[in-house]
Design a protein around this ligand. Structure first.
Ligand SMILES: [Zn+2]
Length: 264
C-alpha cells in the first residue's frame, strides 16, 4: 500500500517556484495535486507548503497484487445512475423504507422494504454495476449479470421502478447481500448520535478497510453491521465481497466497481 498525499491550494507565483524546484509543475490558481509519501522529497515539500495552509489529506493506494490477493474486499461504484424518486424533501425514504428504527438526526436505521424508483428518462450507460445517489449501500446491476452471479452466490434482488409509471425497468435490478458481518473497528473514528446513541464511523481513506471479526465460511457478499457516513444524514453500510466474487467480476470483465482490500 502506498500513501498518496493530496494537496489543494491556491497556487501563487511563489508556490509555483517552490514546487518547480521539486519538478512539480502546476498552473496558477486553485490546484489539486498528489505526491506519493514514499518519495524522497515528500517531507520537504510538505513542510514548505504548510505555511500556506493547504487542504491536505492522505489516501491509501493499493497495488493490483494487493487487490487480487485480498481475501475480502470492500466495493464501491464508479458511477451513480440517478436520484431516488421522489427526490424532493427526500420523500423516497417514506416510499421505499421501513422507518420504525430510523433516526432523522443521523440518518441511520432505515430498512429498505420495497423497490426504489428512478425517472423513466434515465440513460443507461455501459456499466455492469452502479448505485443510486444518496444511498451508498445500494448496488444496481443488469439482469444478465445478476443471472450469472446468482448461479454461484446467494443474492437477493428487487426490481427498480419507473417513477410515476410504476412499471419495472426491464434491464436493471437492485441486488442485496443476504448476510451482515461485524468488523473490527479498532481505533477508527466515529460520531455518536446525540439523538439515538448510534455510532457512525467516518469513511476510511488512509488505510486498509477493517478486518472481519470472525471468519465465516462461504461468505461471498455481505453488508457490514457497522454504519459509515461523513456527517449529516449520510448513513450506509459497507458492501463486502470475497475473493471468488472478485475473480468472477474480473473474469467476466464486469465494469463499474472499485475495490479496497480488508485487513487480514
Ligand atoms: Zn441518530
Amino acid at each position: 500500500m502506498d500513501k498518496i498525499s493530496r494537496f489543494g491550494i491556491i497556487v501563487t507565483k511563489e508556490i509555483q517556484s517552490i514546487l518547480a524546484s521539486y519538478n512539480i509543475e502546476v498552473s496558477e490558481g486553485y490546484q489539486v495535486f498528489e505526491i506519493n509519501e514514499k518519495s524522497e522529497n515528500y517531507p520537504l515539500i510538505k513542510s514548505e507548503l504548510e505555511k500556506y495552509e493547504p487542504l491536505h489529506y492522505s489516501i491509501a493506494k493499493f497495488s493490483k497484487k494487493e487487490i487480487q490477493n485480498s481475501k475480502y474486499l470492500k466495493i464501491s461504484t464508479t458511477s451513480h445512475i440517478g436520484y431516488p424518486q421522489p427526490e424532493d424533501d427526500f420523500q423516497y425514504i417514506n416510499k421505499s423504507f421501513n422507518l420504525e428504527k430510523y433516526c432523522d438526526n443521523c440518518g441511520c436505521g432505515a430498512v429498505q422494504n420495497s423497490p426504489l424508483r428512478l425517472k423513466s428518462s434515465i440513460k443507461l450507460r455501459k456499466w455492469h454495476f452502479s448505485q443510486f445517489h444518496w444511498i451508498f449501500d445500494t448496488l444496481i446491476t443488469t439482469k444478465e449479470v445478476y443471472g450469472e452471479l446468482s448461479m454461484v452466490f446467494q443474492l437477493d434482488y428487487m426490481p427498480i421502478l419507473k417513477y410515476k409509471k410504476e412499471e419495472e425497468f426491464e434491464n436493471i435490478i437492485q441486488i442485496f447481500p443476504t448476510k451482515e458481518v461485524e468488523l473490527e473497528m479498532e481505533d477508527n473514528k466515529y460520531e455518536l448520535c446525540p439523538k439515538c446513541g448510534r455510532k457512525k464511523y467516518l469513511p476510511i481513506i488512509e488505510d486498509f478497510f477493517p478486518k472481519i471479526k470472525s471468519d465465516e465460511k462461504e461468505l461471498s457478499f455481505a453488508y457490514s453491521k457497522q454504519c459509515f457516513g461523513g456527517g449529516g444524514i449520510d448513513c450506509f453500510k459497507a458492501l463486502i465481497i470475497n475473493n471468488s466474487f472478485y475473480k468472477i467480476i474480473k473474469d467476466k470483465k464486469y465494469k463499474g466497481l472499485v475495490f479496497k482490500p480488508l485487513k487480514e
